[in-house]
Write a protein that binds this ligand. Structure first.
Ligand code: NOJ
Length: 537
C-alpha cells in the first residue's frame, strides 16, 4: 500500500509555465488568478500535482529564470495572497503543488548583486557571487574563454577590472555556493514556500552549484575532458553537500517536502541527485532525446528503472517541457532532423507530418503513462499542441535567440499562451492579447473544441490518467517478447501496454481493451499506436 508521503513516486505532474497558461488581467501575461480559475481543468484532467515554473519578480531576461527576489510574486503574475488562494484551490481539488527553485544564479537586479556592484573589488559583498579579476594589464580580458549556455562568454566585465561569472545570460550572475549567506538564504527560501503549503520543489540546473575556480583555469576545449565529478562547474561531487542540508529541512515537514533535480548529467551520475539523502528524484530526459523507435524506448526504460532502483527513488518520464520542441512536432519530423534548422525555416523545411506527429505523440504519451514512476506533462500537450514554429523574429523573447545572433531560434515556440476557446480574444487565454502571438490554427485545437469530443486528444488524456490511477500498482514491469517494431510490457495486476512504433498491425494482447491512443484497424493495433489491455479476471 502506498504511504501518503510517497505520493510523488508515481505521480502525474503537470507543468505550468505561468506567463502562458491563463491570464485573468488582460495584460497578455498569464497570472495566478488565471491559474486558479483553471483548476477545474486540471482536476478534470486528473493530474496529481502541478509544477509551477518561476513566478517570482523578474525582468524576464530568461523567461523568469532570472529571479530578482525568490520570496515574492512578480506583480504582473499576482500577489502572495493570490498565491495562497491558488494553493488552497489546488489542494481542495486534491492537487499538490511543486514550485521551481533557481539556485545556480539570481538576476542582476537582485539586491545582493546590486550591492556587490556598488561595493567594488575585494568587498565582502562581491564574495556572494563569482567575481574574478580579468586577464591583461588592466583586467581587460575575460578570466577564461568559457562559453555560456546561451552563447557568448560566461564572464561579464563590470568596468573596474573585475568580471562576474554567468553560466547562462549576463542577467543571471552565478551564486558562490561556498558562501554561508548564499546557503542560509536558500534555506530561508525553501522554508518560506514550504510554510506556505508548497508540497515540493523542482530544482533548476541542480548539477551546477558547486564550482572549482582554482587557477589556472582550463580552457573551454579542456573542460570537455573533465568528466565524472572533475568538471569545473558541472556535476561536481560537493554539490551533494548542499542537498543533504536541504533534505534535513524537507524532512522536518510532515509529509516531507519532495524535490526533483533538473540535472542534465550522464545516466550513471543521476543516482546521487535522486537518492533519499539528497533531492529524492531526478529528471531523466533520455526518452525526450530518443528516436521514436522500439529498441531505443526499451533500452532507455530498462536503464532508467535500474538507475532509479539503485538510487532508492522512482524514475521520471518526460516528453515535453518549456525548453524543448513539443513532442507532437518532434515526431512530425524525420528521425535525426535538425530541429533548430527546422525552426529557422519557420517550420517549413522539412515539411512536418503533422497528423503522424500527433499520432506518434499520443502513442508515446500512452506508453510513458503506463510505466512505473512519475510522468511529467507540459501544459498544452493534453490538447495535442504542436510547436508554433513560425513566430516572427521580432516577437522572440528567448535569450538563446538574442545571444546567438539569430543562429538558434530558441524556445518561444513551446511557450505560446494556451488556446482555451476557439472564439474570443487570445483564444480564451485572457480578456486581452497574448505576450507571444498565437497562430490561427489554435482555434481548431482549443480546449473547448475538444471537451467531450470522443477521440479528441483532451479526452484521450483524461481517459489515460483516469485508467492509470485505477490500474497503477507496484513499481514493476515485465517486458513481453514482440516483433522488432513493437514494444510491450505488463504491470502487476495484469495491465499490459503495447506500442506499435511503425510496421505491420499487430494483434491486441488478450484481455479487455481500456485505452487506445488512436483508431484500431480491423481490431488490430496499427503503426504509431499504443493500447492498454487488462487481463480478464
Ligand atoms: C533550466 C530551465 O529549464 C531553463 O528554462 C533555464 O533557461 C535554465 N535552466 C537557466 O535557469
Amino acid at each position: 500500500m502506498t504511504q501518503p508521503q510517497d505520493w510523488w513516486r508515481q505521480a502525474v505532474v503537470y507543468q505550468v509555465y505561468p506567463r502562458s497558461f491563463a491570464d485573468s488581467g488582460g495584460d497578455g501575461i498569464g497570472d495566478l488568478p488565471g491559474l486558479t480559475s483553471r483548476v477545474p481543468h486540471l482536476a478534470a484532467l486528473g493530474v496529481d500535482a502541478v509544477w509551477l515554473s518561476p513566478f517570482y519578480p523578474s525582468a524576464l531576461a530568461d523567461g523568469g529564470y532570472d529571479v530578482d527576489d525568490h520570496r515574492d510574486v512578480d506583480p504582473r503574475i499576482g500577489t502572495l495572497e493570490q498565491f495562497d488562494v491558488m494553493v488552497e484551490a489546488l489542494h481542495a481539488a486534491g492537487i499538490k503543488l511543486v514550485v521551481d527553485i533557481v539556485p545556480n544564479h539570481s538576476s542582476n537586479r537582485h539586491v545582493w548583486f546590486q550591492r556587490a556592484l556598488a561595493a567594488g573589488p575585494g568587498s565582502p559583498e562581491r564574495e556572494r557571487y563569482v567575481f574574478r579579476r580579468g586577464r591583461g594589464a588592466d583586467g581587460e580580458l575575460p578570466p577564461s574563454d568559457w562559453t555560456a549556455m546561451f552563447g557568448g562568454s560566461v564572464w561579464e566585465p563590470v568596468g573596474d577590472g573585475e568580471w562576474y561569472l554567468h553560466l547562462f545570460a549576463p542577467e543571471q550572475p552565478d551564486w558562490n555556493w561556498n558562501h554561508p549567506d548564499v546557503r542560509e538564504d536558500h534555506l530561508q527560501t525553501l522554508r518560506f514556500w514550504a510554510d506556505r503549503g508548497v508540497d515540493g520543489f523542482r530544482i533548476d540546473v541542480a548539477n551546477s552549484l558547486a564550482k572549482d575556480l582554482t587557477e589556472p583555469l582550463p580552457s573551454q576545449a579542456e573542460l570537455a575532458d573533465l568528466v565524472d565529478g572533475a568538471h569545473r562547474f558541472f556535476d561536481r561531487d560537493e554539490v551533494h553537500d548542499v542537498y543533504v542540508e536541504w533534505r534535513t529541512l524537507f524532512d522536518e515537514y510532515d509529509p516531507p517536502r519532495t524535490a526533483v533535480a533538473e540535472a542534465w548529467v550522464p545516466a550513471h551520475r543521476r543516482a546521487r541527485y535522486a537518492s533519499p539523502e539528497g533531492l529524492g528524484q531526478a529528471f531523466n530526459f533520455d526518452l525526450l532525446l530518443a528516436d521514436f523507435d522500439a529498441d531505443a524506448f526499451r533500452t532507455v526504460v530498462t536503464e532508467n528503472l535500474a538507475f532509479a532502483r539503485e538510487a532508492g527513488s522512482s524514475s521520471t518520464w518526460v516528453l515535453s517541457n518549456h525548453d524543448v520542441v513539443r513532442h507532437a512536432s518532434r515526431y512530425a519530423l524525420p528521425a535525426g532532423a535538425d530541429q533548430n534548422a527546422w525552426l529557422l525555416s519557420a517550420g517549413k523545411d522539412p515539411e512536418p507530418d503533422t497528423a503522424g506527429g500527433l499520432r506518434r505523440a499520443r502513442a508515446a504519451t500512452a506508453f510513458i503513462l503506463a510505466l512505473p514512476g512519475s510522468t511529467y506533462l507540459y501544459q498544452g500537450e493534453e490538447l495535442g499542441l504542436a510547436e508554433v514554429a513560425d513566430l516572427p523574429a521580432a516577437d522572440l523573447q528567448d535569450p538563446t535567440w538574442l545571444r546567438s545572433g539569430g543562429e538558434q531560434k530558441g524556445r518561444d515556440g513551446c511557450r505560446v499562451p494556451l488556446p482555451w476557446t476557439a472564439a474570443g480574444p487570445s483564444y480564451g487565454f485572457g480578456p486581452g492579447g497574448a505576450h507571444l502571438p498565437q497562430p490561427s490554427w489554435f482555434a481548431d485545437v482549443a480546449a473547448d473544441q475538444q471537451d467531450g469530443v470522443a477521440g479528441s486528444t483532451l479526452e484521450f488524456y483524461r481517459k489515460a490518467l483516469a485508467e492509470r490511477r485505477r490500474l497503477q500498482g507496484a513499481e514493476e514491469l515485465t517486458w513481453i517478447e514482440t516483433p522488432p517494431h513493437v514494444v510491450a510490457f505488463t504491470r502487476p495486476g495484469g495491465w499490459t501496454c503495447l506500442m506499435n512504433v511503425g510496421g505491420e498491425p499487430v494483434d491486441l494482447p488478450a484481455g479487455q481493451l481500456v485505452l487506445a491512443s488512436g483508431d484500431l484497424t480491423g481490431g488490430r493495433v496499427p503503426r504509431d499506436t499504443t493500447v492498454w489491455v487488462v487481463a480478464n479476471a
